[in-house]
Write a protein that binds this ligand. Structure first.
Ligand code: 13P
Length: 252
């Protein structure tokens, strides 16, 4: 079975109701191929507004974070039940900004993945190395260290319901994209790492590339064998550019 192709928009702490309107009115009219999903991940406060405006079966709603707790005294946190009630079906977990700015640990991220899955949400698990780690040729070791705690926590079989986004930290918001060859090489490493645990599961996992994806570079990136789509930051806030990125995933 061909892998699901996914273009996910991570709005980060950007966007507003006007963007909700323009993005949905433009994307709703696009006829996507069956194997393509577009996942829009706005700030929590816009989930409800987006949910009301999405009118296209290929477009899904995602959140940017989730608590690893079910409910209780966790001021500022958002639970799986709340995301489900807002019709979110995906959730970004372990974004490098959550790891570096908010101190999320590999263990906590693994628990979040487990909790999302247990509540019927598809995690988009983010992994990626820093520039220094790439220069020191530690990329494979870093990615392994980020993946292994999640495998230990949920078991490799559960990866059939997990999406992985490889986002080299040095490429996020910098305009420095990994070359298609470099991105492919790293995606292949990730798939092989999973395959050491279960080859069939590894073959089915959608692997997204993230980091300065734009209208000009998306087609070549998405054409790589082990790249099944993208996690898009800045360019997902520009309707015309995001539409081009979505179309780059069609039939590639
Ligand atoms: P940019 O596309 O702005 O580089 O951001 C990538 C990202 O962090 C998506 O999660």
């Amino acid at each position: 079975m061909p892998r699901q192709r996914i273009i996910a928009a991570n709005w980060k702490m950007n966007g507003n109701l006007a963007l909700v309107d323009t993005m949905t009115s433009e994307l709703n009219n696009i006829k996507f191929s069956d194997d393509v999903k577009v996942v829009i991940c706005p700030s929590f406060v816009y989930l409800s507004a987006l949910s009301a405006k999405i009118a296209n079966n290929n477009i899904k709603l995602g959140a940017q974070n989730i608590s690893e707790h079910a409910s209780g005294a966790y001021t500022g946190e958002v639970s799986a039940d709340m995301l489900n009630e807002m019709s979110a079906s995906y959730v970004i977990i372990g974004h490098s900004e959550r790891r570096s700015i908010f101190g999320e640990t590999d263990k906590q991220i693994a628990l979040k993945v487990k909790f999302a899955l247990a509540n019927g949400l598809t995690p988009i698990l983010c992994i990626g190395e820093s520039e220094a780690e790439r220069v020191e040729e530690k990329t494979d070791a870093v990615l392994s260290q980020q993946l292994q705690p999640v495998i230990d926590e949920i078991g490799i079989e559960s990866f059939k319901d997990v999406v992985i986004a490889y986002e080299p930290v040095w490429a996020i918001g910098t305009g420095k994209t990994a070359s298609p060859e470099m991105a492919q090489e790293t995606h292949q490493f990730i798939r092989q790492f999973l395959a050491k645990n279960n080859a069939e599961i590894a073959e089915g996992v959608s692997l997204l590339y993230g980091g300065s994806v734009n209208a000009a570079n998306s087609k070549e990136l998405f054409a790589q064998t082990d790249i099944d789509g993208g996690l898009i930051g800045g360019a997902s806030l520009k309707v015309d550019e995001f539409k081009i990125i979505c179309s780059a995933a069609q039939g590639s």
